[in-house]
Design a protein around this ligand. Structure first.
Ligand code: COA
Length: 182
């Protein structure tokens, strides 16, 4: 699997899905979330699985953050997370605001462009509206599919040209967005 979806301006024909296939993640989703993560980044499941288990325990819908999944039939077709980030070695770079970030969405390539990425993001925004009046998101400028999705939901650029090693973003690649939550 390549890391980014191929940018495709025209929406392909096909069935679309909405919020009814989105639910909060459970610990039992760890295996499927690990598989999606490893397929995207070509990582070893034995290394990734403990991190996913820890994350699902921490981002349980409490004040640390949340994870949502898209489930179609019995297939976990995507997941997305949001978390509160602070400055520091494990946090966001000082040029970006501390606060709530959308920190990753992956949709199974076989289920892309059917509305799942939007639905996973809308679910996180609804969750965040009860906690904040603003949310942020960082991206690689090469990831046109993700940027178009977020701009379509109203995200506006606030910074670019920063270094964010933890997110594997160089100054040439980085861009950050924010969305006010009414
Ligand atoms: C980015 C990603 C999550 C989008 O998921 P998705 O379920 O395909 O997105 P949706 O079907 O909800 O698309 C919503 C809108 O985003 C935009 N979009 C999504 N994929 C696109 C693509 N490949 N090319 C151009 N625009 C795209 C479109 O505006 C689309 O609306 P439309 O279909 O009505 O034209 C998915 O491509 C993915 O998993 N990519 C790899 C992981 C990744 O890059 N994650 C983001 C950074 S962590």
């Amino acid at each position: 699997m390549s890391e980014y979806a191929t940018y495709q301006p025209q929406r392909p024909a096909g069935e679309r899905f909405g919020n009814d296939v989105i639910r909060p993640a459970r610990l039992a989703d760890a295996e499927a979330i690990t598989a999606l993560t490893c397929a995207r980044h070509a990582l070893d499941p034995a290394v990734v699985r403990p991190r996913i288990d820890t994350e699902l325990l921490a981002l349980d819908g409490s004040e640390a953050g949340c994870v949502f999944v898209a489930e179609i039939g019995h297939h976990l077709a995507g997941f997305a997370r949001a978390r509160r980030l602070r400055h520091g070695p494990d946090g966001v770079p000082a040029v970006l605001p501390e606060g709530w970030y959308l920190t990753g969405v992956i949709v199974d390539p076989a289920w892309r462009r059917r509305g799942l990425g939007s639905a996973l993001t809308t679910a996180r925004l609804a969750w965040l509206r009860r906690r904040s009046d603003v949310v942020h998101y960082v991206a690689n400028r090469a990831n046109g599919a993700s940027i178009r999705l977020h701009e379509g939901l109203g995200f506006r650029e606030i910074a670019r040209g920063f270094s964010y090693p933890r997110a594997e973003l160089s100054p040439e690649a980085s861009v950050a967005y924010e969305l006010m939550l009414p």
